[in-house]
Design a protein around this ligand. Structure first.
Ligand SMILES: Nc1ncnc2c1ncn2[C@@H]1O[C@H](COP(=O)(O)OP(=O)(O)OP(=O)(O)O)[C@@H](O)[C@H]1O
Ligand SMILES: [Mg+2]
Length: 310
C-alpha cells in the first residue's frame, strides 16, 4: 500500500475526543452592535478508532461547526480537542501537518471540495502530490486502485473526465476517492448523500460503510436523516441548539429515545406502517426532564440524556 498507516492496535482505542468544547461566533448586528452566536456550546464526545458516530439534529443546531472542530478547521473558543490522546486545541497550522494527512472530510456538495477545471485523475492524485507521496508511477497505481475502491470502474474511463461530465452520485464517489487516497484514520462526512438523487443514496451509503469496514476508518456521519443514522452508525449523538441532548448506541437512541427533543425528531420521520405511528417507543417512563439542565446523565449503561431526573 502506497500510503502506510501507523500501526493501530485493536479497537476500543480513542481517535477523537472533545472536552467541553465551545465555539462562539461574534456576529455583527446593525452598524455598531454585535451579538454572540453560540454555535457549539459545551460539547463533550469521543469517537473510537473504527467507530461510526452519527450526529443528528435540526438545521442550525451546530452539527457542521462541530464537525469542523473535530478536524481542527476551527479553533474553539474554549475546551479541548484531542487526537489519539494528543491535545491539538492550540497547535499552529505547521504543527498540524501530520494530523492533516490522517483525517479527511467528505462534504454535502462535492463541487465545494473538487476543482471543476481538474480532471478526475488530477483531483484524486492531488493530496498525494501535496503530501509528496510516491513517484509518478506509484501514484498512478494508487489513484487507479482508489477509483476502483469507490467503484468508478474501469478507472481509465473516468481518469480523463471532468466533474461536470459525471452524475451527482459519481461526483460524490470522486469526493470520497479524494478523501480516501491518503488512507485516513478518521473521516468527517457532512450530509454526504443529501444532495444526491434518492436512487443513488443507498448505494453511496453502502459504499461508505464498506470502505469504513475494510479500512477500519473512524467516522463522524452528520445527517438530518435518522433512518440512515440507524443503518450507518454504531452510536448516535443528538444536537439541539449547540449542545448534545442525548447520546448512546444507535438502536437505543433511535428505538427508545428518552429526551423529548429526540422523540420529536423521530416522530417527524414518516412511519411507513401507519398502524405503528402512535406506538409508544419510550421505555423509561419513570423519569422527567429539566429542559434547562444541560448536564448529561447516564440513564442506562452507555445511554446519556441531558437533564434527566429519575
Ligand atoms: N462562521 C460563522 N459565523 C457566524 N455564525 C456562524 C458561523 N458558522 C456557523 N454559524 C451559526 O452557527 C449556527 C450553527 O450552524 P451549523 O452550520 O453548525 O448548523 P448545522 O446543524 O450544520 O445546520 P444545517 O443542518 O443547516 O447544516 C447557525 O446559527 C449558524 O448560522
Ligand atoms: Mg450543516
Amino acid at each position: 500500500m502506497l500510503v502506510k498507516r501507523r500501526v493501530r492496535e485493536g479497537e476500543g482505542e480513542e481517535m477523537i475526543r472533545l472536552e467541553d468544547v465551545k465555539m462562539h461566533f461574534t456576529v455583527r448586528k446593525g452598524l455598531f452592535k454585535t451579538t454572540t452566536m453560540k454555535a457549539v456550546d459545551g460539547v463533550s464526545l469521543k469517537i473510537g478508532k473504527g467507530e461510526i458516530l452519527a450526529l443528528v439534529g435540526e438545521s442550525g443546531s451546530g452539527k457542521t461547526t462541530l464537525g469542523r472542530l473535530t478536524l481542527r478547521l476551527l479553533q474553539p473558543t474554549s475546551g479541548r480537542i484531542l487526537f489519539e490522546n494528543q491535545d491539538i486545541t492550540n497547535l499552529h497550522e505547521a504543527k498540524l501537518k501530520m494530523f492533516r494527512g490522517r483525517v479527511q472530510a467528505v462534504f454535502q456538495d462535492p463541487y465545494s471540495s473538487i476543482d471543476p477545471f481538474m480532471n478526475i485523475y488530477q483531483i484524486v492524485e492531488e493530496p498525494l502530490v501535496i503530501h509528496r507521496i510516491g513517484d509518478e508511477k506509484e501514484r498512478r497505481e494508487h489513484v487507479y486502485k482508489t477509483l476502483e475502491d469507490v467503484r468508478l470502474t474501469p478507472p481509465q474511463d473516468y481518469a480523463e473526465k471532468y466533474p461536470h461530465m459525471l452524475s451527482g452520485g459519481q461526483r460524490q464517489r470522486v469526493g470520497i476517492a479524494r478523501a480516501l487516497v491518503l488512507n485516513p484514520e478518521y473521516i468527517m462526512a457532512d450530509e454526504p448523500v443529501s444532495m444526491i438523487d434518492a436512487s443513488s443514496r443507498v448505494e453511496i451509503l453502502q459504499l461508505l460503510k464498506r470502505l469504513q469496514e475494510t479500512h477500519n476508518i473512524a467516522f463522524l456521519y452528520i445527517t438530518h436523516d435518522i433512518a440512515t443514522a440507524r443503518y450507518f452508525s454504531d452510536r448516535v449523538s443528538v444536537m439541539y441548539r449547540g449542545r448534545v441532548v442525548e447520546s448512546g448506541p444507535s438502536e437505543k437512541v433511535i428505538e427508545k429515545p428518552l429526551h423529548s427533543y429526540t422523540k420529536q425528531l423521530i416522530a417527524a420521520v414518516p412511519e411507513p406502517d401507519p398502524s405503528n405511528r402512535f406506538r409508544e417507543r419510550s421505555v423509561v417512563e419513570t423519569g422527567s426532564f429539566d429542559e434547562d439542565d444541560a448536564d448529561l446523565v447516564e440513564v442506562e449503561p452507555d445511554h446519556f440524556v441531558a437533564g434527566f431526573k429519575k
